[in-house]
Design a protein around this ligand. Structure first.
Ligand code: GDP
Ligand code: MG
Length: 162
């Protein structure tokens, strides 16, 4: 079984850019898995002879109507389908309240999850990442997905147990 990696986070943090990096293509094959619906985007990736599937999601909203408003149905389903959840945040935007709510939700689902602080390009990395430690993830990756930076380290580490 190929491990399934879900990309979760607010809109505009760089999930789709990361998806394209991980699948190495803009015309990623749609993974043909039984039971997976088509309202999320699936792509195939391969790293170091390990095949995996990536799910891109549309992003979670900014409403303050409670956790259900933040967690769009697609994202919830993607998390349920996933072996690995990558929670993507935007180093430029900084830590927002909606990030904290999403983090809480991910934690409650008890999936293997990692925090990805994206858009680190041009920033002082340690300073940019510092505030995100309070989200409580034990492992934090730093990426600049649009430059492909940090992506190799990310995929190599998250696939290591598989
Ligand atoms: P999504 O809504 O989470 O899927 O985000 P997108 O992948 O569509 O990216 C949103 C915007 O952020 C686009 O303009 C991307 O080019 C830009 N972006 C994505 N990754 C990076 C990055 O690492 N650094 C910078 N500076 N911009 C990025
Ligand atoms: Mg997107």
């Amino acid at each position: 079984m190929k491990p399934v990696i879900a990309l979760i986070g607010r809109p505009n943090v760089g999930k789709s850019t990361l998806f394209n990096q991980l699948t190495k293509t803009r015309n990623a094959l749609v993974a043909n898995l039984p039971g997976l619906t088509r309202d999320r985007q699936y792509g195939d990736g391969k790293f170091d002879n390990k095949s995996f599937i990536v799910i891109d999601t549309g992003g979670l909203g900014e409403s303050d109507e409670g956790i259900d408003a933040y967690m769009a149905e697609q994202a919830k389903t993607a998390i349920q389908e996933a072996d690995i959840v990558l929670f993507v945040v935007d180093a430029r935007a900084g830590l927002l309240g909606s990030d904290e709510m999403i983090a809480d939700h991910i934690r409650r689902l008890n999936k293997t999850s990692y925090l990805v602080v994206n858009k680190i390009d041009g920033l002082h990395e340690d300073a940019a990442v510092a505030e995100f430690h309070r989200l409580g993830f034990s492992q934090i990756f730093q990426t600049a997905a649009s430059h492909g930076r940090g992506v190799f380290q990310l995929i190599s580490d998250v696939l290591a147990p598989f």
